[in-house]
Design a protein around this ligand. Structure first.
Ligand code: F6P
Length: 322
């Protein structure tokens, strides 16, 4: 293998730049030519491919976002789009690809793996941490620390004014961010898509707290939670129980910012491992890290097998809310 390409796809995640840097410099270290593809699968279709060198990735390790730019491509879902993408990659002599992204990126990678002879591996880059085959995804640690910083600030007002705050965090289909942030932020409760939500339970937590002399309350809600987020919960608490609450939706601040050391290290290790994997002839897998060891998980398994939330952590919230 002489020429490889790297791209980011789907939602950006802090640490993607550190991963690009690792891919580029590892490739150069082993004498490969490395091409950047702008805007993920969309850029493949439009031929936005350019050669990179070691200096192309100078001074980006600390930067959020992605220098390669990213997109959620509709055209790549069509066979025609994918055929055009493969033709373009071949024009540049690209024989191997490293994709950096989440669930959608892996779905696209699986299609390329099945339909073309270009080898492809992926690094898990998403703040959601919802991919099977890696303990953590690139961006997750930064996202939970950003959300935590916000919750700590909200707690100041919650404590100063005896208020109930409902804080909505990201996580379309998974509650990893919500659960870890709830534990670290000392929340009184958490609602996640994986566990059946229950307004009655939220009410009881608040009621019990009041009886124990508790006046400050923070409930963390994952955006994908079945009742439709923090605003809906606020409405129900008011209408059903006459409880007033204040809502903060953290949104995209969780995707931005400088990656933590943990994310930079993970991104660097996985980026380097992905190039080595391609050179060894590996194909069709996500490169992850499980218990500090680099692992390869077939794309399909990584997005179909659900990584489980730790039920003990859910219980811990109740115990520590005492
Ligand atoms: O997958 C990462 C994520 O940030 C989810 O947590 C969130 O639901 C989604 O992306 C938002 O996507 P977009 O920025 O495209 O609206």
């Amino acid at each position: 293998m002489k020429n490889i390409g790297v791209f980011t796809s789907g939602g950006d995640a802090p640490g993607m730049n550190a991963c690009i840097r690792a891919v580029v410099r590892t490739a150069i270290n082993y004498g490969l030519r490395i091409f950047g593809i702008r805007q993920g699968y969309e850029g493949m279709i439009h031929g936005e491919i350019f050669e990179m060198n070691a200096r192309s990735v100078s001074n980006i390790i600390q930067a959020g976002g992605t220098i390669l730019v990213t997109a959620r491509s509709e055209s790549f879902l069509t066979k025609k789009g994918r055929v055009t993408a493969v033709d373009n990659l071949k024009r540049f002599g690209i024989e191997g690809l490293v994709g950096i992204g989440g669930d959608g990126t892996l779905h696209g990678a699986e299609k390329l793996f099945k339909e073309s002879d270009i080898k492809i591996v992926a690094c898990p880059g998403t703040i959601d941490n919802d991919l099977y085959g890696t303990d953590y995804t690139i961006g997750y640690d930064t996202a939970i620390n950003t959300a935590l910083e916000a919750i700590d600030k909200i707690r100041d007002t919650a404590a100063a004014m005896d208020r109930l705050f409902l804080v909505e965090v990201m996580g379309r289909h998974s509650g990893f961010i919500a659960l870890d942030v709830a534990i670290a932020g000392g929340a009184e409760g958490v609602l996640v898509p994986e566990a059946k939500g229950d307004y009655e339970k939220v009410y009881q937590v608040l009621e019990t707290g009041i009886k124990k002399g508790k006046h400050t309350n923070i409930i963390v809600i994952a955006e994908g939670e079945e009742f439709g987020g923090a605003n809906n919960l606020a409405k129900h608490l008011q209408e059903q129980f006459g409880i007033k609450s204040w809502v903060t939706v953290l949104g995209h601040i969780q995707r931005g910012g400088s990656p933590t050391a943990r994310d930079r290290i993970l991104a660097s290790k996985l980026g380097a491992a992905s190039v080595r994997a391609l050179m060894d002839g590996t194909n069709g897998v996500m490169i992850g890290e499980v218990q500090s060891k680099i692992t390869f998980t077939p794309f399909k398994l990584a997005f179909t097998k659900k990584k489980k939330l730790d039920k003990d952590e859910l219980e811990l919230i109740d115990i520590l809310a005492n």
